[in-house]
Design a protein around this ligand. Structure first.
Ligand SMILES: C[S@@+](CC[C@H](N)C(=O)[O-])C[C@H]1O[C@@H](n2cnc3c(N)ncnc32)[C@H](O)[C@@H]1O
Length: 204
């Protein structure tokens, strides 16, 4: 895609296609390349506002969808939305109650950036680790996980943590990511899970 993804072009395309944000194309690109989502999958989207990934997910699966964000998500048909901080225990409890069996977790969350590089990177890593911890509670054995991150201090350690929990892990740049950005996506497939946890066994 390269240079066609200028701010103006991608913005106009997202408006034309009816997406709430240009990030929609990142998930489309990831799913085309890595087949993360199957037709019957139940999916949780962490950091989902304004909701373009939920719009894309709705076309990819007939399963249950839940999106959570600090900011309210304008309601969508057949999508559960939760307003709150997914790192907070009460919100995590609510998500677990609403979505007890999840095949896929996607996380495009990023904290509000201050511009102070080291501080921002530390906050991103902390948010990513919390998303991974929640994903472990939500995901069925064999499930998939996609998480936005930023390459920098402690990133390799984060990837190592993910590798301990999934059979296949890749770090990629989306073709829809702006040039020069350190943004990347961790694509983790086939959750190892806990063989003794009946709730997490695959039902296929
Ligand atoms: C880049 S936006 C997500 C865009 C979304 N994927 C879409 O396509 O519409 C990042 C979101 O992460 C959310 N976020 C950051 N930290 C969060 C947290 N702890 N809990 C819930 N949402 C969070 C922000 O409020 C923001 O809406």
């Amino acid at each position: 895609m390269g240079s066609q993804w200028t701010k103006d072009k991608i913005y106009k395309k997202s408006v034309r296609d009816g997406y709430r944000a240009r990030s929609a194309y990142k998930l489309i690109d990831i799913n085309e390349r890595f087949n993360i989502i199957r037709r019957s999958d139940n999916v949780v989207d962490l950091g989902a506002a304004p909701g373009s990934w939920l719009q894309v997910l709705r076309t990819m699966t007939d399963g249950q969808l839940l999106g959570v964000d600090l900011n309210p998500i304008v309601p969508m048909e057949n999508v559960i939305t939760v307003t709150g901080d997914f790192t907070a225990p009460d919100i995590q409890q609510k998500i677990l109650e609403l979505m007890p069996l999840v095949n896929v977790v996607v996380c495009d969350a990023s904290p509000h950036l201050s511009g102070a590089k080291a501080y921002d990177q530390a906050r991103i890593m902390a948010l990513n680790e919390e998303a991974l911890r929640l994903t472990e509670k939500l995901l069925k054995q064999g499930g998939n996980f996609v998480m936005k991150s930023f390459q920098g201090v402690d990133f390799n350690e984060l990837v190592d943590l993910v590798k301990e929990r999934f059979y296949s892990v890749k770090v990629i740049r989306s073709t829809a990511t702006r040039r020069g950005s350190t943004e990347c996506y961790i694509i983790a497939k086939n959750f190892i899970g806990d063989a003794d946890d009946d709730r997490k066994q695959t039902t296929e």
